[in-house]
Design a protein around this ligand. Structure first.
Ligand code: ZN
Length: 341
């Protein structure tokens, strides 16, 4: 039996400035002030925007709450994360290369052990990465990758500008997405490509039983974007969307997503996060069950178009070109005017 390698992220490296910045209750994606509760987790409520249907955590966790969570409950099963990324890296790279102007320089924010960067480097990209976990970053460097440990805003000046910035499952952890995207823009060449993967707030399970959706995880997941919300956010920051689709993500099929929802229903309290990660990540314990579930669920997924046809997949995949820093009316530096004080 393979034991998962888990890393507890140290407080001094786990919270970049933009994670700790205050935000506002109104929808950060579209600016709407109308929202309804869609799920609860502990003391937190997830509010669904009635306009763009993105989901936001309320109240915003304090710096201390985030520190405590990331250092006591949040474990990343990096071994499994690495294996999953290896499986999908080729597919993601092909998508990027279909939209990128050149096969030039690439930065990955939150590159973990460097599975995706390795694939990109082998394909001819000149790559760099930023990773907050020292263990994962060291593993990436051991493979010959240029990876800096720490925060984007501290490491970026030495890294330069890039033709492509990729970030997989990071933006849902960010409190101040405007500050995050402003940091991203500073490291993109004009016309450069941003590629993001993040949970899809309009996934089928998220629509039907949001309380038990796998990605409802407070306080780690601050904001779960809908396709419409992500579009509005990126356009407000001067990006032009060139591709938006949904993917199966960790769940692979609707059946697995429902299994994980069942596990979430059954497992409570502080152990839930670690158990859920183990359930979805440890092939020796749950892999057999999920393999059968996937096999049975595959035809249903195809009929419902969950593999992307109807944007119902549990993971959102977005690519956008950074064309301009010119922002629309009522917007300052990506923020809504009434919030930009
Ligand atoms: Zn909204």
């Amino acid at each position: 039996m393979t034991r998962l390698s888990t890393v507890r992220i140290a407080p001094e490296v786990c919270l970049p400035e933009f994670v700790m910045s205050p935000v506002h209750i109104i929808c950060a994606s579209c600016g709407s002030r109308a929202s309804i509760p869609v799920a609860r987790h502990g003391k937190w409520t997830y509010l669904g925007c009635v306009d763009c249907r993105s989901i936001e955590l309320n109240p915003v966790p304090t710096d201390e709450e985030l520190r405590q969570y990331y250092n006591t409950q949040y474990c990343v099963p990096f071994d499994e994360y690495h294996r999953r990324n290896e499986r999908v890296s080729g597919e993601l790279l092909r998508s990027i290369e279909a939209s990128a102007r050149v096969r030039g320089t690439m930065l990955e924010i939150g590159c973990s052990h460097g599975a995706f960067l390795s694939r990109a480097q082998a394909a001819g990209w000149e790559v760099a990465g930023i990773e907050i976990s020292e263990e994962a970053a060291a593993n990436a460097r051991a493979q010959g990758l240029n990876v800096v440990t720490g925060r984007l805003e501290e490491s970026g000046s030495s890294l330069g500008d890039f033709d492509c910035v990729a970030s997989w499952h990071v933006i849902e952890h960010i409190v101040d997405v405007n500050a995050f995207l402003n940091s991203v823009k500073r490291h993109l060449k004009p016309g450069g490509l941003l590629a993001l993967r993040t949970p899809n707030a309009r996934a089928l399970v998220a629509r039907v039983i949001p309380q038990y959706w796998n990605w409802i995880e407070a306080p780690a997941h601050i904001r779960l974007f809908s396709p419409a919300g992500m579009t509005r956010l990126l356009e407000r920051h001067g990006f032009s969307l060139c591709c938006q689709s949904t993917r199966r993500g960790d769940a692979r099929t609707l059946g697995t997503d429902l299994l994980m929802a069942g596990a979430k229903l059954l497992v409570d309290g502080e152990a839930r996060n670690a158990d859920a990660l183990t359930f979805r990540g440890n092939g020796s314990r749950a892999g057999g069950v999920t393999r059968y579930t996937d096999l049975i669920s595959w035809p249903l997924d195809w009929i419902l178009g969950i593999d992307g046809r109807n944007m119902l997949g549990t993971e959102l995949f977005v690519m956008a070109n950074h064309d301009s820093v010119t922002l629309g009316d009522g917007v300052q530096d990506g923020k809504f005017a009434d919030l930009a004080q």
